[in-house]
Design a protein around this ligand. Structure first.
Ligand code: ADP
Ligand code: MG
Length: 453
């Protein structure tokens, strides 16, 4: 029997001898810490428990223990720190951070309701209103209360990462929360793909019927419909059906209808026929408010100074703003402390509009060698030892990725190796980067050092 098993059995027997409340009071957080033949050592959380067990329960405990381990002659109780319960949440690492990052622009497939395609994460409550999006926000809110009656279509346009998708989805979520209506959110690439496949399968009428049943149709990034004649035809027909039934249509685009090239004139004039509003770049105050709201959402503590620093330096894209914040939060969790302005500056170096830092091959070799605890010469030398081979492959990979050197160039820098060796190393690490979490994490950490040393 293991110590743990012995103690479990003993506890089982003790439990039968006392009341439940007593049992919990005196036996909670106890465990066997050592057993050497005649003596069993039990750790207890405090002096009260120690005395109580020694004076009141020792005989019973000893007896119970001896039923299973007759060699034990005495028990010592020591006050010890109970082991922390195994943590359910693994230490967040760069993996988590990276995973989050890659999700950002592409979370269409995550937490998504399969009937509406809406993601609950996006709500009006979590949308910070500032002068840049005030009008778009007000219009969205208004239509959500009065579908198809006020602005139809509502067309929201603006640059990447400024909150169009958030607002569109918030509108959809708000509508289905309060009313029994059919909503559908669809990125236009998906719409195009759907239409193309119905053309191939000759099921256009089914598709048209499906869309005609919707009360609010939200098409994100409609600019991608440009130039696709058959798709525009069918979309025009869907649009008209809904419009004529006073069903709500909401569209977003990265630019105004006028600036979408190869958009059929009849669609353009439809798009302009309702409410046209843009989302601009948020001012400093709004950026700061967004950061604070995200901190709250993520239940993370980041100092005011650091938030100010991020808000001041990342201006044009809220997705990046959030990405930078995530990076700070991940680092704080890894290091278990609040970051100061200096560390944040370093950490965000690659994000900020800092002039592009050119790295040279020496830097990369040195950082990788340090990272794996090897002398730099070992990277270049002709050793085939396993602990050298992989770091060397990482160096080749990074030289290719970060300095854009050619394979033969890299080969000659690393001890005159053949370009096919370099190519092989590059492919291998590239694949690992995509498939192996640990490699991914190592590469992030190494690059951080290369760029921030
Ligand atoms: P777009 O569709 O315009 O490219 P998104 O709607 O995807 O931009 O926004 C990018 C990220 O920024 C999302 O995580 C979104 O939640 C966040 N975001 C954008 N605007 C706001 C805002 N006003 N308040 C809170 N978060 C915002
Ligand atoms: Mg979007």
């Amino acid at each position: 029997m293991t110590n743990e098993e012995i103690w479990k059995t003993v506890l089982g027997e003790m439990e039968l001898m006392t009341s439940r409340a007593n049992f919990i009071t005196w036996f909670k957080n106890t465990q066997i810490v050592d057993k050497n033949n005649a003596t069993l050592i039990i750790s207890v959380p405090n002096i009260f428990v120690k005395e109580w067990l020694e004076n009141k329960f020792n005989k019973n405990i000893l007896q119970s223990v001896r039923n299973h381990c007759p060699e034990v002659k005495q028990i010592n109780y020591v006050i010890g720190i109970p082991l922390p319960p195994p943590s359910k949440k693994p230490t967040p690492s760069y993996e988590v951070f990276l995973e989050h990052q890659t999700r950002e622009g592409n979370d269409f497939f995550i937490d998504v309701d399969k009937d509406t395609n809406l993601n609950k994460r996006y709500t009006f409550e979590s949308f910070v209103v500032g002068p840049n999006n005030e009008l778009a926000h007000a219009a969205s809110l208004a239509i959500s209360k009065n579908l198809g009656k006020i602005y139809n279509p509502l067309f929201i346009y603006g640059g990447v990462g400024l909150g169009k998708t958030h607002l569109l989805q918030a509108t959809g979520n708000q509508v289905i929360k309060n009313q029994k209506v059919k909503a559908l959110y669809i990125p236009s690439e998906r719409l195009v793909a759907d239409i193309v496949s119905t053309i191939q399968n000759r099921t256009i009428e089914d598709l048209k019927y499906k869309y005609s049943q919707i009360d609010i149709l939200i098409v994100d990034d409609i600019q991608f419909i440009a130039g696709k004649t058959a798709t525009q035809d069918i979309f025009f027909s869907i649009f008209n059906t809904l419009y004529n039934k006073s069903k709500q249509i909401v569209l977003s685009s990265d630019r105004s209808p006028k600036s979408i090239p190869a958009l059929e004139e009849r669609l353009r004039s439809r798009f302009e026929g309702g409410m046209l509003t843009d989302i601009g770049i948020p001012d400093l105050e709004t950026r700061l408010a967004i950061l604070k709201s995200k901190c709250k959402e993520k239940k993370a503590q980041v100092s005011e100074k650091v938030l100010n620093y991020i808000a001041a330096n990342i201006q044009k894209n809220i997705r990046e703003l959030e990405g930078a914040l995530n990076k700070i939060i991940a680092m704080q969790q890894i290091s278990n402390m609040e970051l100061g302005i200096g560390e944040s500056e370093k950490l965000l170096n690659s994000y900020l509009n800092a002039p592009y830092k050119r790295v040279n091959s020496q830097d990369i070799m040195k950082v990788v060698a340090d990272f794996y605890g090897l002398p730099v010469q070992d990277i270049i030398k002709r050793s085939r030892k396993k602990e050298v081979v992989r770091p060397r492959q990482i160096v080749m990979f990074l030289l290719r990725e970060e300095t854009k050197a050619s394979f033969p160039e890299i080969g000659s820098k690393i001890g005159g190796r053949d370009h096919s060796t370099v190519m092989h190393a590059y492919e291998k690490i590239k694949k690992e980067e995509q498939e192996n979490e640990i490699t991914k994490q190592e590469l992030v950490l190494i690059k951080e050092r290369v760029y921030n040393q």
